[in-house]
Design a binder for this molecule. Structure first.
Ligand SMILES: NC(=O)c1ccc[n+]([C@@H]2O[C@H](COP(=O)([O-])OP(=O)(O)OC[C@H]3O[C@@H](n4cnc5c(N)ncnc54)[C@H](O)[C@@H]3O)[C@@H](O)[C@H]2O)c1
Length: 372
């Protein structure tokens, strides 16, 4: 199969769909990989590295879409890419179609095979291709929170780890899933005093076990949230209810109970946020202040650490990319149920229920389309 890796053209997107290691894996299996020149530059990866891994470097995005059987990306295709997509071409990337009606119709019109990273789902319900970005965002949440607590950045001028004789910072993490666990690891590493609130007792058990009592685990309800939020120097929003808007757990009154110069990082902002005053911000202008509390609510946090994110992403996407390249889309979907769930559109038909429901479209059964 010919696999194409274009340079991302969405504004301020520095990640790329494949590392040189990923290229080598496909080339070693007998596939041809085209990489657009400078595709990896934002992630610190040069054309020479891709070439050494066996890629053919091509000069423009038209050549990638024109020659590739499968295009591997990070972000959803945007307007200049729409008409480059060819019939039967596999588009393998984050798509978030339920939030983008125009793109949904375009992909149907182009009769491509659109496979979304975010809906590939393992039998236990987990979303393996979302996990690496949650790991990155969770770790970043503590890092940007610590930084924002500095006086120059609007914070109260507090060092999270304290020093001997001076109290540590109090970090409160709402939600102990992937983001929450990673934020907690970093906060513990910095020497902060950390509390994690979750409604899932197994999650609290797990956190209690792995942190050997170093972290306070708390069952999450409105009273415990009220109590812990009031004391937080750094509050991290990391809740998720799969497929739903994030629940609003911290209201304005609770926010007012926080000290001036405290910081909140609402990582769940991409699902609407779990704090009443959250609104999405960008890396250009990441923070704003409400009631004396500095809010950091960037919806695409991993974009800021493109090098790490590109590697973390390829580590998880490459196995499915290899399966698609080896077997073709149809046989790969028949073989792997998790991958089949990633098929959002197949040759002009919607095959993902959530996307169909979002725009009142008909949902076709992929199994039937493939003649199972
Ligand atoms: N801003 C970004 O750049 C970025 C990047 C990656 C992920 N995210 C977002 O971060 C959020 C968390 O993702 P995740 O991968 O950690 O999800 P996850 O499913 O692993 O964890 C979510 C946790 O929230 C808990 N939870 C649910 N309701 C709760 C409540 N009322 N109180 C306390 N905890 C509750 C769940 O039990 C679960 O443990 C998601 O909205 C995700 O989209 C944002």
């Amino acid at each position: 199969m010919i696999v194409g890796v274009p340079k991302e053209i969405k504004v301020r997107e520095y990640r790329v769909g494949m590392t040189p290691g990923g290229v080598k894996k496909l080339v070693d299996r007998g596939h041809k990989v085209l990489v657009e020149t400078k595709a990896g530059i934002g992630s610190g990866l040069s054309d020479d590295e891709y070439h050494a891994a066996g890629a053919e470097i091509v000069k423009d995005i038209q050549t990638i879409y024109g020659r590739a059987d499968m295009v591997v990306k990070v972000k959803e295709p945007i307007e200049p890419e729409y008409d480059l997509i060819r019939e039967n071409q596999i588009i393998y990337t984050y798509l978030h179609l339920a939030a983008d009606e125009t793109l949904t119709h375009k992909l149907l019109e182009r009769k491509c095979i659109a496979i979304a990273y975010e809906t590939i789902q393992l039998p236990d319900g987990s979303l393996p291709l979302l996990k690496p970005m949650s790991e990155v965002a969770g770790r970043m949440a503590t890092q940007v929170g610590a930084n924002t607590l500095e006086k120059e950045n609007g914070g109260k001028g507090l060092l999270l780890g304290g020093v001997p004789g001076v109290r540590q910072g109090r970090v409160v993490v709402l939600g102990g899933g992937v983001v929450g666990l990673n934020a907690t690891k970093m906060a513990v590493g910095l020497g902060a005093q950390v509390s994690v609130l979750d409604v899932n007792l197994s999650t609290l058990n797990y956190l209690d076990d792995i942190f050997h009592g170093r972290v306070q685990t708390v069952y999450s309800d409105s009273e415990s949230i009220r109590r812990y939020v009031a004391e937080a120097d750094l509050l991290i929003g990391a809740v998720l209810i799969a497929g739903a808007k994030a629940p609003n757990l911290v209201n304005r009154e609770m926010l007012r109970s926080m000290e001036d110069g405290s910081v909140l990082v609402d990582v769940a902002v991409d699902q609407g946020g779990c704090i009443e005053t959250t609104k999405p911000t960008t890396h250009d202008d990441p923070t704003f202040v409400v009631d004396g509390v500095v809010h950091y609510c960037v919806a695409n946090m991993p974009g800021a650490v493109a090098h790490t994110s590109t590697f973390a992403l390829t580590n998880t996407t490459i196995a499915y990319a290899a399966m698609l390249a080896d077997l073709g889309a149809e046989a790969a979907a028949r073989k792997d149920r998790a991958l089949a769930l990633g098929f959002n559109a197949y040759k002009g038909k919607i095959t993902c229920l959530a996307v169909a429901e979002a725009f009142s479209l008909e949902c076709s059964d992929l199994g039937q389309l493939l003649g199972k």
